[in-house]
Each structure stands twice: as structure tokens, then as C-alpha cells.
Write a protein that binds this ligand. Structure first.
Ligand SMILES: NC(=O)c1ccc[n+]([C@@H]2O[C@H](COP(=O)([O-])OP(=O)(O)OC[C@H]3O[C@@H](n4cnc5c(N)ncnc54)[C@H](OP(=O)(O)O)[C@@H]3O)[C@@H](O)[C@H]2O)c1
Length: 207
């Protein structure tokens, strides 16, 4: 995989050799990594929010354990969290930040409700946790992150099922071209094809 240009080096030069905490975090990860499964017609869930349609594709979970080794924290939308809560699963394996306009009492210190600017959230998560940040979705939060150009890595598993209707992976975004480069593909026996893209160019200095 091509190496990203070293942001640390350019900032170090600009600050006369002093490294900011943000740069320190980026050297040890800190990339926002979207990792989701999507139906061929672009949905992440059935209209009621269900994801049981993913069950026949268990072989594609093989990539999950290696992925999690790169992850220090997760960020998700309130609807994704509510769905997980309904399923009785609030242990995400890493500290999880839930983006919401409606603060709630978390079940443990590993779940952190967040209301505010998304760029600030990413900065805070980078400072607090080593490794990359898993952007879990859903589509609404992915749209907000994409609009703010906060996603570094896009891993999308295309699932060979057409749902016909559901919750979209890509709700209509504020029009802006985001150019990506393909860095990895993996085809599973069940027909799931995982594509990994990274943003083109180095991250913006203010990210
Ligand atoms: N297939 C997959 O890999 C996959 C992955 C993840 C999720 N899912 C499924 O996707 C479904 C949820 O997706 P979704 O697109 O409907 O919802 P979502 O993105 O999980 O959550 C949307 C909610 O997040 C909050 N939010 C979004 N942007 C915000 C911002 N900028 N500031 C503050 N709060 C913000 C809002 O909550 P408030 O109500 O608080 O305003 C909004 O209603 C679930 O059924 C889940 O199971 C599937």
C-alpha cells in the first residue's frame, strides 16, 4: 500500500521542531476509517434498521479481527447506537463515541455521547486514543463526516444482495467531489467484495 506523505514532517518544520499533540497522535494512527457493509443497491439496513440480511455472509467477517487491531476508538450515529442497544450489544470492543443531539446516560464509561462539532470530536478522540478511529456509520453520520472531509479510509464491503429499499449508505451529500484511490480489494467465497479506498493527497493541516 502506498505510504501517505508524512504530515508530521511538514508541521514539525512549520513549528520550529516542536510537535503538537495532534501530530503526535497522527503518527500513531488517528486516521478516520469508515468500515461498513453495503447492499449492491446502496443500503446498509432494511427500512426498519435491520441487518439480518448480512447473516449469510459470515465469511466476510474474517477481515474484521485484523481491522480491529488497527482501531483505538469508534464513532457512530445515534441510530446505529440505538439499534445496537436494542440488540443488547453496547460493547464495541473499543471506547465508542455516539454522535447525537440528544444526550443520554451511557451504560458504561466506554460509551460516550457527543454533541458538538465533528472536527473537534475527531481531534479529541485522536488525543485520547492511539491507533485509528473506526467510523461505524450509519449513513447519516457518514454523510456528515464526508461533508466535513473527515474520512481518511473508506472500506466498503459490497454484499451481493439487492434490498430494494432501506437506509442508504450514501444519503444525498452537499455536492463536492471527493477523489479516492483504491488501495486494496478482497473477494470472499460468498461473493462479498471488500474495497478499500484512501483519500488522495495529504490530510488538510487543520484536520
Ligand atoms: N451495514 C452496516 O455495516 C451498518 C453500519 C452501521 C449502521 N448500520 C445500520 O444503519 C442504521 C442507522 O443508520 P442511519 O443512517 O439511519 O443513522 P446514524 O447515522 O447511525 O445516526 C443518525 C443520527 O445520528 C445523529 N447525528 C447525525 N449527524 C449528527 C451531527 N452532525 N451532530 C449530531 N448528531 C448527529 C442524529 O441523532 P439525533 O436523533 O440525536 O439528532 C441522527 O438522527 C442502523 O439500523 C444500523 O443497524 C449498518
Amino acid at each position: 500500500m502506498p505510504k501517505r506523505p508524512s504530515r508530521a514532517r511538514s508541521v514539525k518544520k512549520a513549528s520550529g521542531g516542536r510537535k503538537s499533540a495532534t501530530v503526535h497522535a497522527r503518527e500513531h494512527g488517528g486516521r478516520v476509517h469508515l468500515y461498513v457493509g453495503m447492499s449492491l443497491d446502496g443500503y446498509i439496513a432494511t427500512p426498519d434498521g435491520g441487518v439480518a440480511w448480512l447473516d449469510p455472509y459470515q465469511d466476510a467477517r474474517a477481515g474484521f479481527a485484523p481491522f480491529m487491531k488497527t482501531i483505538g476508538a469508534a464513532i457512530m450515529g445515534r441510530a446505529t447506537y440505538d439499534w445496537a442497544l436494542k440488540e443488547g450489544n453496547t460493547d464495541f470492543g473499543v471506547p465508542a463515541y455516539v454522535v447525537t443531539h440528544r444526550p443520554f446516560a451511557p451504560p458504561s464509561s466506554a460509551v460516550v455521547p457527543y454533541t458538538g462539532d465533528l472536527r473537534d470530536l475527531v481531534r479529541q478522540v485522536r488525543e485520547r486514543h492511539p491507533k485509528d478511529i473506526w467510523l461505524m456509520g450509519g449513513g447519516s453520520v457518514t454523510k456528515a463526516f464526508a461533508d466535513a472531509d473527515l474520512i481518511d479510509i473508506w472500506s466498503v464491503a459490497f454484499v451481493p444482495t439487492l434490498l430494494g429499499a432501506g437506509l442508504p449508505m450514501f444519503p444525498q451529500r452537499t455536492p463536492a467531489e471527493l477523489r479516492l484511490k483504491l488501495v486494496k480489494t478482497h473477494t470472499y467465497p460468498s461473493g462479498v467484495v471488500e474495497l478499500r479506498y484512501e483519500r488522495r493527497g495529504s490530510p488538510k493541516e487543520n484536520r
